[in-house]
Design a protein around this ligand. Structure first.
Ligand code: FEO
Length: 176
């Protein structure tokens, strides 16, 4: 069944939002690199890679359902962040907006009784719980760390251990 034009538009907006997310986190990674926080920079770099896999999952789904990806320009992002706390707070706010967008598409899919789109979106609904939790937990840790340079050094080391896994692939669960 071909996807409806309403869902096609919504999925196109989501593809753009996922690429925007990738761009946003890449900008945060560059800011962390500038300030010598290489571990946090790595965490954001991996996050950016994950966002690109999200964009491609939506893109492939749209093609599979006879839709047309329209690939509009990706908006520019801020890169002059003050410190990691400001970045993770912004990341948490951003992920909440992404969750709202995904819920919005799910509402359309349910109203249209488009079960294939609803099923594909379930993966993202679950993923967003983790996306929000990750950003929020790190922001809370940074609040506890406050002005402690040792604390920031430890967190930088901890976040340097993040490994990129393409969770959109069915085999990813076994590796994660
Ligand atoms: Fe693709 Fe961070 O949501």
């Amino acid at each position: 069944m071909k996807i409806s034009s309403k869902l096609e538009e919504a999925v196109n907006r989501q593809i753009n939002a996922e690429f925007y997310s990738a761009y946003l986190y890449l900008g945060m990674a560059s800011r962390c690199t500038e300030t010598n926080l290489k571990g946090i920079a790595h965490w954001f770099y991996v996050q950016s890679q994950e966002e690109m896999t999200h964009a491609v999952k939506f893109y492939r789904f749209l093609l599979d359902r006879g839709g047309r990806p329209v690939m509009p320009a990706v908006e520019g992002v801020r890169t002059d962040w003050k410190d990691p706390l400001e970045m993770f707070q912004a990341a948490y706010e951003h992920e909440q907006k992404v969750t709202a967008m995904i819920n919005g598409i799910a509402d359309i899919a349910l109203a249209e009784r488009d079960h294939a789109t609803a099923s594909m979106l379930n993966w993202f609904v679950d993923e967003q719980v983790e996306e929000e939790a990750n950003a929020s937990e790190i922001a809370e840790k940074l609040k506890l760390i406050g002005a402690s340079r040792d604390g920031l050094f430890m967190l930088d080391k901890e976040l340097s251990a993040r490994v990129f896994v393409d969770r959109t692939q069915p085999s990813a669960g076994a590796q994660a």
